[in-house]
Write a protein that binds this ligand. Structure first.
Ligand SMILES: [Zn+2]
Length: 608
């Protein structure tokens, strides 16, 4: 019966390489389970691998093939023994089977996943256990629906509807597991990473077998990490920073800036290239509502992640500058805006918006320049945002020509913080950057990007400003109020990047260790109004440094403040005591863990 189902499955979905692979591996596992003799499955597995490689030689370099062969081998060789051992200890049969299969497949594939993706997942075992009960109903109901659909469309629809529920459960588990903070940890990629993790796992297993007394100790350590260490880490992580004015999200090569305007509420300026990355940044800031989403222009590195930002959030207006009449990306934008139940508005110079604690003023582009064939970068919507007296100039991807034109027009460009145009491209006007008078420059740029951003020439132009870059600092937050503000960096979240980025962008090269620390480090910045009284920043344990003596960021990246010292010396979680809380305006939104889940449920209901 199982064999027939597998053959039916192959016929139904057409035998592509991945389907063939899945079917053959499923058949091997079935054979082992049906015969009850694990050893009998080994020759079958070996023969299947050889035949599959003869039929489709490209499978030899296919990560999915390696993973499914390894998982199948683990299921037929390790799982039965583990399951028996669990039953001996009184675990109910189905639970023992599910535990043994998940653990065996998870452990054996972990080194391969580490080598391929640079992450080790800590939540995969519980996630697989929770997902397991839904797999059979989803597969069987889906298969029946597919078989029935040519004969009786009505009942087939009903079966599809029924199959949707276990599938929703799978999606929910996948999303929730992926969203668990610190659920995955970074690991070296390539062969060294695989060997290292194999050695670590083997040493752990050997020690537990060799010294049985270690077992309760290991269990206690595990419980301690899960029950105490993990919550403590989340609590001391120091993100989001209180009184956040703007966060430049670490979303790779592109722009996504969040300006929190009240509890759970923010204005998003650009959405980066990847839905998962901008969604993650908004989640970390506890943002559920976006009364205003600004798109500087419609290039993919600014709008590619838009669905990730809009889906599951309450959205008001989506604003752009005047688009050229020939912009062919307009229909896609309209569709995304309509799907979110939002409204598209065009901001012209002089237009203003107020959202919560933040005010926005459009400075460019001049609608007269939006002629057919106009350069989209130079038509970037330029905004000045003001929160608690702090001014942030948001510049999209302006090029030198447009910048010079803006300076020549005499418009007031002054700000405390400038989002450096076009990810630090060399095509910049020094006069524009100095006209802003900004103290802090935020560069939103992807690590190892192929454009050479940020350019050395541009960094030279920023001399005298404190430079923060998302490729080195991760999420960067400016916080406080006029006269009393600072900058905090969250550190890079490589694990998140590795799970979200397409494979060709995560080439760290084999053996390059992936940093995962996310300690937020804070440095305070002076009030521009009183240059003579610039207070010293807190920099790690090394004490206070005068602002004027600070080296430029590109020669000395901002030192991260280790978490344990933050409470004492001030940091992202606790800004130095001297920094008074802003007298007016709302505080940065608190973490709202439940809110996201509620939203997902609401979205699920809507979909159902
Ligand atoms: Zn761009």
């Amino acid at each position: 019966m199982g064999g027939l189902a597998v053959i039916g499955f192959v016929v139904l979905v057409r035998p592509g390489a991945s389907v063939l692979r899945a079917a053959v591996m499923g058949g091997v596992a079935l054979l082992a389970l049906a015969s009850g003799r694990a050893r009998a499955a080994v020759p079958a597995l070996a023969a299947s691998v050889v035949v599959l490689l003869l039929l489709a030689p490209t499978l030899a370099v296919d990560g999915g093939f390696v993973l499914s062969v390894a998982a199948t081998a683990a299921i037929v060789l390790l799982a039965p023994g583990w399951s028996r051992a669990l039953r001996h200890r009184g675990t109910p049969g189905p639970v023992a089977d599910a535990l043994a299969v998940s653990a065996a497949a998870g452990l054996v594939t972990a080194p391969l996943i580490a080598a391929l993706s640079g992450v080790v997942s800590i939540v995969s075992l519980p996630a697989n256990l929770l997902a397991a009960p839904a797999v059979a109903p989803a597969t069987v109901l889906g298969l029946l629906a597919a078989l029935l659909s040519p004969l009786a469309p009505g009942p087939a629809d009903a079966l599809t509807w029924l199959a949707g529920w276990p599938v929703r459960w799978l999606v929910l588990i996948a999303e929730r597991a992926a969203a668990v903070p610190d659920g995955v940890t970074g690991w070296p990629t390539g062969l060294p990473g695989a060997l290292l993790l194999t050695a670590v796992l083997a040493a752990g297993a050997w020690a537990l077998l060799r010294w049985p007394r270690l077992r309760p100790l290991a269990l206690a350590a595990l419980v301690g990490i899960v029950a105490v260490g993990w919550p403590l880490r989340q609590a001391t992580r120091g993100w989001p920073v209180p009184d956040t004015v703007v966060v430049a999200c670490d979303i790779g090569q592109g722009d996504a800036l969040v300006l929190p305007t009240g509890p759970g509420e923010a204005v998003l300026v650009d959405a980066g290239p990847d839905p998962a990355l901008v969604d993650g940044c908004l989640d970390r800031l506890g943002v559920d509502r976006l009364p205003l989403v600004v798109l500087s222009h419609l290039d993919a590195d600014h709008v590619g992640g838009l669905t990730g930002a809009l889906t599951g959030r309450e959205v008001g207006e989506v604003a752009t500058g005047t688009l050229t009449p020939t912009d062919e990306r307009r229909p896609a934008l309209d569709a995304a805006v309509a799907a979110a139940g939002a409204e598209h508005v065009v901001l012209r110079p002089g237009d203003r918006r107020t959202v919560g604690t933040a005010g926005f003023e459009a400075l460019a582009p001049d609608p007269a320049l939006a002629v057919p064939g106009g350069e989209p970068n130079d038509l970037s919507l330029v905004l000045r945002a003001t929160q608690r007296g702090l001014r942030v100039l948001l510049t999209g991807d302006l090029g030198a020509e447009a910048e010079a034109r803006l300076v020549a027009s005499g418009v007031d460009l002054t700000a405390d913080v400038v989002k450096v145009p076009h990810h630090g491209s060399a095509d910049a006007d020094p006069g524009f950057l100095s006209a802003t008078g900004a103290v802090v420059a935020l560069i939103s740029v992807g690590a190892d990007n192929t454009y050479g951003h940020p350019a050395d020439r541009l960094l030279d132009m920023l001399a005298g400003m404190r430079v923060y870059r998302t490729d080195r600092d991760g999420d960067v937050a400016v916080s406080g109020s006029a006269g009393d503000w600072g900058v905090a960096v969250r550190g890079r979240d490589e694990a998140l990047r590795a799970t979200a980025a397409p494979p060709d962008t995560q080439e760290h090269g084999p053996g390059v260790p992936v940093r995962t620390h996310a300690a937020a480090a804070a440095t305070r910045l002076p009030a521009r109004a009183a240059p003579g009284r610039w207070r010293a920043p807190v920099v790690g344990r090394s004490g206070r440094h005068r602002v004027a003596a600070w080296p430029r960021a590109r020669t000395a990246p901002c030192p991260d403040l280790p978490a344990p010292h933050r409470g004492r010396r001030g940091g992202a979680a606790a800004r130095p005591r001297g920094l008074g809380r802003a007298g007016r305006g709302a505080r940065a939104p608190p973490r709202q863990r439940g809110a996201r889940a509620r939203r997902r449920r609401a979205a699920g209901r809507a979909a159902g």
